[in-house]
Design a protein around this ligand. Sequence first.
Ligand SMILES: Cc1ncc(COP(=O)(O)O)c(C=O)c1O
Length: 436
Amino acid sequence: MSRVVEHYGRAKGSLAGGVSSSTRLNRALGHPLYLAKGEGCRVWDLDGREYYDLCCSHGATLLGHGDPRITAAVQQALAAGACCSYENEVQAELAELLCQTIPSFERVRFTGSGTEATMHTIRLARAFTGRTKLLKIEGNFHGYHDQVMYSIGAPADKLGSESAPNAWPASSGMTPGLDKELILVPYDRTDLLVEAIRKHGHELAAVICEPVFYNAGCIIPTKEFMQAMRDETRRAGVLLIYDEIQSAFRMAPGGAQEYFGITPDLSTVGKAVGGGYPLSVFGGRADVMQRLMPDGDCQHSGTYNGHPVIVAAALAALKIYRSPGFYEHIRQTAEHLYGGMNNIFAERGIPGKVRGLGARFGIYMGVEGEPHSYRDAVKHNRKLMLEFIAASIARGVYFHDYGGGACHHGFCAAMTPADVDAALGRIDEAVQTLKV
Ligand SMILES: Cc1ncc(COP(=O)(O)O)c(C=O)c1O
């Protein structure tokens, strides 16, 4: 028996489900991937099998595993005693650099996870506006707290109509009634978005969205949709929140807001911001952020917020993202990898297509036309997707399956053109085993 499978059995005896996080089970494999080590764009499992990592820690390791520049920064912070739950100089240094990098950031606060970041941002929006409702885009994912755990991963037959999407709860045990605080609109439907903001503006604290919909693979909205969202929220005095936990640093140092040239009132950034260490950030307009205690009356606190080891890792990562040529390398690698995969699918007669922006991408199996919304992405050929992922993993390319519709994958900056060619070779071998 492989050590990975054996370890799964052992882990299940003490860790619920054998995992620290539910989505770590890869259904294409039938078990989680248990790693022994990682270096750059590759990881090795407990059996010593090597994989090109096209999951990249769900987006956290944009620089790859064990980047020596991040490791050095972490070691320096450790050597200084890692004094947690105190302020030191690096927190303000990181905050300053973030404010120079992310267009909407005038003031920031640190949290551990993306879930906490969106939770605090939504509370702050309610405190500032004195309103309670939230307009959420159908299928957009904002973490695991009860207020936003609706209408994500919903089966196609549970969606309801486009003009009145169902608030499908994505977990049992959620506080009853929170769905009453949500207005749902499908992605990229400017007409329905404008109608909803005009109708509900007076009771909306905020509109929250994924400015690039990576949680349905990679759907880039029209500029018209994003501009209407900005104009209508401003007109109605509703705060606009970009959840850039996934999209931050993915295609530009300033994330999707820099890419679209549209500045929201508040934003959350996560994953890549910590350079592989657990940091998320929320921030935005100074007048809104001033409502946070101790200056204001809205609570945001946490023992581990701004932990000096994590902040040191983030500062090192941010300096790398801001360095010349970083995004040119990401752009070239993206073109090489996504173009190569699309060619393989076309040449081998597989009804798949890759859509990506920057270092993250979606694979759409059996989806006709261009995907514009969660509704399009959920109608994919899941069986073929799981077969593709299993065949790729068997040949040394790791894709993660999160369950549900088309999901996001990604590469890291440590990937060289030779690595992309090698990964494409393995993917081509995998694709030739698929039966369509
Ligand atoms: C857009 C978005 N928001 C929030 C989250 C939640 O972040 P975390 O898993 O760090 O709590 C995620 C995680 O995938 C995400 O993609």
